[in-house]
Design a protein around this ligand. Structure first.
Ligand code: GAR
Length: 217
């Protein structure tokens, strides 16, 4: 029996390199998932064109036309639901989502964040890591919950912070790993190996006490 691939809606605000990594992993057959729609809050997000180049419908839901976070969440949910996804993937979507939106996709929404959560939630993670003088940095894929960047971690990759690193060089090293661990996590979910139960992430029938570890540090 052939099982239909999992439909994935990816939310972006910028370059969309993680969206491309997810789309390519699906198109190449590496994971049983297909990006069926890309939605951005910004009309000038580079990733919109990259999605269209891959044949993926890409639309904009601009926040300016909606008053308040809840109204924006409803408009966004309508656009997401139109694609009837099995999973929603936040990939550089730089907008805090309201509780109604997050609850609607509970257990079927992931985010990728550029730090080893729970360290450095929020913005400017590479700068903060450099300022702190940390020797190790990384990225995390996690289930999204109402508390920002605090949902159960699924997988994370560690990279070294090297002498002379800038925000740009560090960010590039971290992103290379994002492009590997995000498809890996989505693949597990699509295969039914990874699921959400009672507020926790479960992989192969085991509750994850900490994210699966990858990386080079
Ligand atoms: C990624 O590095 C992702 O971790 C980060 O934005 C970048 C988007 O890049 N996300 C956050 O900072 C969320 N708080 P991309 O558009 O090329 O995928």
């Amino acid at each position: 029996m052939t099982v239909a691939p999992l439909g994935l809606v990816v939310l972006i605000s910028g370059r969309g390199s993680n969206m491309v990594a997810l789309a390519r992993a699906g198109l190449s057959g590496r994971i049983p998932a297909r990006v069926t729609a890309v939605i951005s809050d910004r009309a000038n997000a580079e990733g919109l064109d990259r999605a269209r180049e891959l044949g993926i419908p890409a639309t904009v839901v601009p926040p300016a036309s909606h008053r308040g976070r809840a109204a924006y969440g409803e408009a966004l949910a309508a656009a997401v639901d139109a694609a009837a996804p099995g999973l929603v993937a936040l990939a550089g979507f730089m907008r805090i989502l309201d509780g109604g939106f997050v609850r609607r996709y509970e257990g079927r929404m992931f985010n990728v964040h550029p730090s080893l959560l729970p360290a450095y939630p929020g913005l400017h993670t590479h700068r903060r890591v450099l300022e702190a003088g940390d020797a190790v940095h990384g990225c995390t894929v996690h289930f999204v919950t109402e508390e920002l960047d605090a949902g159960p971690g699924v997988i994370q990759a560690r990279v070294p912070v090297l002498p002379g690193d800038t925000e740009e060089s560090l960010s590039a090293r971290v992103q290379r790993w994002e492009h590997s661990i995000y498809p890996e996590a989505v693949g597990w979910f699509a295969e039914g190996r990874l699921r959400w139960q009672h507020g926790a992430a479960w992989l192969d029938g085991q509750r994850l006490q900490q994210p699966v570890q990858r990386g080079e540090a």
